[in-house]
Design a protein around this ligand. Structure first.
Ligand SMILES: Nc1nc2c(c(=O)[nH]1)N[C@H]1C(S)=C(S)[C@@H](COP(=O)(O)O)O[C@H]1N2
Ligand SMILES: [Mo]
Length: 509
């Protein structure tokens, strides 16, 4: 026979699980789910240095850990409230209905205070209460939760059912095209011109095991959020405010009806290590920010901008950098995915990823410099990216060695990649992929051979080098910019202003 105290804790834990599941059912994986709200609070409480290293550094790895930990905290919190209600019920000698009500009321109140989502709070509290209610074989009048194993099994079963239901929720949404999808008439087919650009990129790519093609198959994600905002495309708008002659506000229809262009752009996070994977390339569709700035009439004393987003992110940087930017609403021919900033994000040529603001909502023109989200946390990532060559492909076959990867130098451009097979004493030039094409008007005729031309101003290039070797040796790579500047050798960690040094690998043929 399980002792009553253990039974109570087991039932309370099941109840806590049910609240987490019930609130998820309504809120989904969004900032309005209690677990995400807790995660966000944990992030705020972390010392800046931990946050800095944790997010820009760990990125996608840190996030599941954070969410799992926060789910544990949520279960402990809501389970604790259930225990509290049971205790109060016992002490005050209440009957089962009253206790069950108190459990649900406390849990719903806490859920509401955490995530300010009334519907989720009510559903969560109701499920949490139901789990406790099911545990009692009959009204005992003593505040005791369960007469035995069957009650326990019932409440565990109810909690499991709530989790199952919550798991099915996102599936239902995905199938039904709910809040995640866009209900607007959106081409599912890719634009033929984008198709042509993607084919061109595929044709230029070196096919190297371990290194991505020129358009990334998996694009890295870095942001400050435990869960990304779900922005309603129909109520979204972008405002231009501050030191302008006229403040303007445009909605998504207005954005999408502007003369658009397609651009290959590479993004790199300042938290990326020299040979890390937080550098990726896509073809983006959008319109030049400069058009918008011109329409609002930036005043002569405007020097800088503060760009704000739906996740309360904000980044401040020079107006000159924004002028060359793109407001993008498609990525590789598809609507911008939520994790990359749907419905609209900024792309700022040649600069670290952090000022490429996702879920953009406001551009404020400033007359003085200001400090953004990551800079307040010690990073220096609002400037131009540093130059890097990645060594992601190493293959040996009976003395024949093949190495390769990508090189990126922002808008300075990569003119060469040099490879050393003796630890950096002597250098040889690698093969480079042809440059990706430049900005293409989105209304160009896809069949017109001249529709796609020029050179991408801000995209990486692939490199490859093949040689023969018999003994163990160290391969080192470095990129050379268009003006001949060689990537600096000095080694530096990503924090605070980006990694430096050469990628290298010991090769045993
Ligand atoms: N709104 C918002 N935009 C953001 C961020 C963020 O946390 N919130 N993170 C920035 C950082 S640090 C980087 S490196 C890039 C990454 O873009 P990606 O996730 O599409 O690769 O987005 C930037 N834009
Ligand atoms: Mo970043």
């Amino acid at each position: 026979m399980t002792p009553p105290r253990v039974r109570r804790v087991a039932v309370a834990t099941a109840s806590g699980v049910a609240v987490a599941a019930g609130t998820f059912l309504v809120a989904g994986f969004s900032p309005r789910w209690v677990v995400v709200a807790i995660a966000q609070t944990v992030l705020l409480a972390l010392p800046d240095a931990v946050l800095a290293a944790g997010i820009q550094g760990l990125g996608s790895t840190g996030q599941p850990l954070l969410v799992a930990g926060s789910a544990g905290l949520a279960v402990a919190l809501f389970g604790g409230l259930a225990l509290l209600a049971l205790r109060v019920g016992r002490v005050a000698d209440r009957d089962r209905a009253e206790i069950v009500f108190l459990v649900g009321a406390l849990q719903a109140l806490a859920a509401f205070l955490l995530a300010v989502n009334p519907a989720a709070a009510v559903v969560g509290g109701a499920l949490g209460a139901a789990v406790v209610g099911l545990a009692g074989a009959s009204a005992t009048g003593t505040g005791e939760v369960s007469r035995g194993r069957r009650g326990l099994l019932r409440s565990a079963g109810a909690a499991a059912a709530a989790v199952g239901l919550a798991g099915a929720g996102p599936l239902a949404r995905a199938i039904g095209g709910g809040p995640d999808g866009r209900d607007r008439a959106e081409p599912v087919e890719r634009d033929p011109l984008v198709e042509r650009l993607l084919d061109g990129a595929a044709a230029r790519s070196f096919d190297l095991a371990g290194a991505e093609p020129l358009v990334s198959e998996s694009f890295y994600v870095v942001d400050k959020n435990a869960a990304d905002p779900r922005v309603d495309p129909d109520s979204w708008s972008l405002r231009v405010t501050g030191a302008v002659d006229e403040e303007i506000e445009i909605d998504l229809d207005a954005v999408e009806s502007r003369p658009a262009q397609h651009r290959f752009v590479t993004l790199r996070c300042v938290g990326d290590t020299v040979n890390g994977r937080k550098t990726d390339t896509a073809v983006w569709t959008g319109f030049p920010v400069a058009d918008l700035l011109e329409e609002s009439g930036v005043r002569p004393d405007g020097c800088c901008v503060m760009v704000r987003a739906a996740d309360d992110y904000y980044q401040a940087f020079p107006l000159s950098a924004l002028r060359d930017g793109l407001l993008a609403y498609r990525m590789n021919g598809r609507p911008l995915p939520r994790q990359h900033g749907a419905p609209v994000r900024a792309l700022i040529p040649g600069h670290w990823g952090e000022i490429n603001v996702k879920w953009i909502t406001e551009i404020e023109i400033l007359e003085e410099e200001a400090t953004g989200y990551w800079e307040e946390r010690g990073w220096h990532g609002t400037g131009p990216v540093s130059t890097v060559a990645k060594l992601h492909h190493v293959e040996t076959d009976d003395g024949a060695v093949s190495v390769g990867g990508h090189a990126y130098a922002g808008t300075r451009g990569v003119s060469a990649v040099e490879v050393s097979t003796d630890g950096g004493d002597t250098w040889s030039e690698a093969d480079l992929t042809d440059r990706l094409p430049g900005a293409t008007p989105a209304d160009a005729d896809p069949d017109d051979p001249d529709a796609v031309g020029g050179e991408a101003a801000d995209a990486w290039r692939g490199w490859r080098y093949e040689y023969e070797a018999d003994g163990e040796h160290e391969v080192v790579v470095r990129a050379v910019e268009a003006d001949g500047t060689v990537q600096p050798a000095a080694e530096r960690d990503p924090f605070p202003s980006g990694a430096s040094g050469y990628a290298s690998r010991t090769v045993r043929p």
